[in-house]
Design a binder for this molecule. Structure first.
Ligand SMILES: Nc1ncnc2c1ncn2[C@@H]1O[C@H](COP(=O)(O)OP(=O)(O)OP(=O)(O)O)[C@@H](O)[C@H]1O
Ligand SMILES: [Mg+2]
Length: 276
């Protein structure tokens, strides 16, 4: 099992435009990290680059999973190696039922050496586990029969992402605004569920979690060991849980004045978006 995810001086470009400009981040299993930062600062780009999204070109730096070169792996290999991401805007897959999708994904991640066409997790065992997890997340069992994210409400999509994490039991999870669109009760339930899933991760060890959020409610039951602030494609400051509360209540004025180079990069990125 992989115990440490280490990102060093990561540079990422999208459509030829520089977005991440030297990100350093180390996450160990058992640690919870919060990642905050203004809109467009590069938080989702970091998640997508870690997951191996082909549209995000790594132009410099390193990414290692307990010493193994993550950049040499494609997204499937990264998933099998124990990395997971809950997307900010999950895609719908009409025609593919949730249960079918989860059974395949769960089998492939739990048996990384499985070849296409080999046996899946036995149906009875899978269904039992799926129903338990859905009950825990207070999801209607009917969801298992619906097409992945097709016509799901915003909150239902986010719950479906958490359900996926619960089934896959990754070593490292990136949760990209998993709280967005959830009502007050649902955020509380999500926060509790994420903490519980984190404790039950694979290999008898806790998960390493990166929570990308604009709020601090999801952190109630997932108290961050570290809070990072991204601005202009760089992590400019790292603190504890108090930093998350400060940013949520006070905003980013102090950060922009304290890190003028990153604030200038933010300005530059915004102008590029406006021009394109
Ligand atoms: N697939 C893409 N195509 C074009 N531009 C992109 C793409 N992904 C990211 N960008 C650009 O990169 C910059 C950073 O975007 P990113 O989504 O990483 O920000 P973020 O910090 O997650 O913001 P938010 O808080 O709004 O989710 C933005 O200017 C965005 O327009
Ligand atoms: Mg984002």
């Amino acid at each position: 099992m992989s115990d440490i995810l280490k990102i060093t001086d990561l540079h990422v470009a999208v459509e030829g435009k520089a977005i991440l400009r030297g990100v350093n981040l180390t996450i160990r299993r058992g640690e919870t990290h919060a990642l905050m930062g203004p809109n467009g600062s590069g938080k989702s780009t970091l998640g997508n680059a870690v997951m191996g999204h082909p549209g995000y070109e790594v132009t410099g730096g390193k990414m290692e999973l307990s010493g193994a070169d993550v950049l040499a792996m494609d997204a499937t290999e990264r998933s099998r190696a124990g990395i997971f991401m809950a997307f900010q805007r999950p895609m719908a897959i009409p025609g593919v039922k949730m249960a079918e999708f989860l059974r395949h994904a769960t089998t492939n991640v739990r048996n990384p050496d499985r070849k296409e066409g080999e046996e899946l997790i036995p149906m009875r065992q899978f269904r039992k586990e799926l129903m338990e997890k859905m009950e825990q997340l207070r999801m209607d069992p009917e969801f298992a029969r619906r097409y992945v994210n097709d016509g799901f409400s915003g909150g239902e999509m986010k719950r479906a992402e958490i359900l996926q994490m619960a089934m896959l039991r990754p070593s490292f999870a990136i949760l990209d605004e998993t709280d967005s669109g959830l009502d007050v009760d649902a955020v509380k339930l999500a926060s509790q569920s994420i903490a519980q899933i984190g404790r039950e991760a694979g290999g008898g060890k806790e998960m390493g979690i990166l929570i990308i959020t604009h709020h601090d409610k999801l952190l109630d039951h997932n108290r961050p060991d570290f809070t990072h602030v991204m601005l202009g494609g760089k992590i400019v400051e790292t603190g504890g849980v108090e930093l998350a509360h400060e940013l949520y209540t006070e905003g980013y004025d102090r950060i922009r004045s304290a890190y003028p180079d990153a604030a200038a990069a933010e300005q530059e990125m915004a102008e590029e978006v406006a021009a394109s």
